[in-house]
Design a protein around this ligand. Sequence first.
Ligand code: SF4
Length: 215
Amino acid sequence: MKSPEFQEVQRMAEVLRRLRAEYPNARIRLRFRNPFELLVATILSAQCTDERVNQVTEVLFQKYRTPEDYLKVPLEELERDIYPTGYYKAKARALRACCQALLERFGGQVPHTLEELTSLPGVGRKTANVVLGEFFEPQGIVVDTHVARIVQRLGFAETSNREHIERRLMELVPREEWVRFTHLMIAHGRAICRARRPRCSECVLADLCPSAHRG
Ligand code: SF4
C-alpha cells in the first residue's frame, strides 16, 4: 500500500508531465540580457504586466546599463523613465537603494545566493528566486499569484501562505523542475485555470483536481 505522501508525489509528477506536454514553450516572459537586468525587470514587474515592463525596459536598458547609471541621474528622471510600470515613486526609490547596496557590498555584481539577494533593499524571496532560477542555482520555487491559486485548487496546499506553499512544493517537485514548474503554472493560470471562472471542462488536469467543476 502506497503512503499518502508517495501518492501526492506521484500526482504532482503526473501534473508536471501533462503540463509539460501542454505548454512545451513555457518560459519567463520578461526580457533581459544579464542578471542585473532581470533583477531590475523583476522589481519593476510588481503590480504590472510583463508586457508593459518589457515595453519600458526596451528603452530603459539602453540608457541604464550598470548600477551606477541608476544613481547618477536625478530621482525625478528615473521616475519618469519607469512611470508606465506604476508605483513609479516607490519603484524608483527601491531601484536606487538596491543599486547602492549592490555597489557597496557586492562590487556592482548580482550575488548568487538567496540570503545575499534578499538582503538587498526591495528584493524579496520571489524576486531572488526568479534571478537564481534563470541564472544561478535555484534555491526555492517562485510562488506568484497563479502558482498559489492553482496549487491550492489542486489540493497540494491548504493555505494561501506563500512561504508554506513554497516549502510544500519543494517537497513535491523534483529540484531540476523547480524553475520550469513556475513557468508551467503561470501558463496554465493564464490559459485555463484563471482566477475567475476556471475552464475546467478544457483542463488536462481535471481528473487529478479536487476543485474541478466546482465553479
Ligand atoms: S480542473 Fe479546474 S480548478 Fe482544477 S486545475 Fe483545472 S481549471 Fe483549475
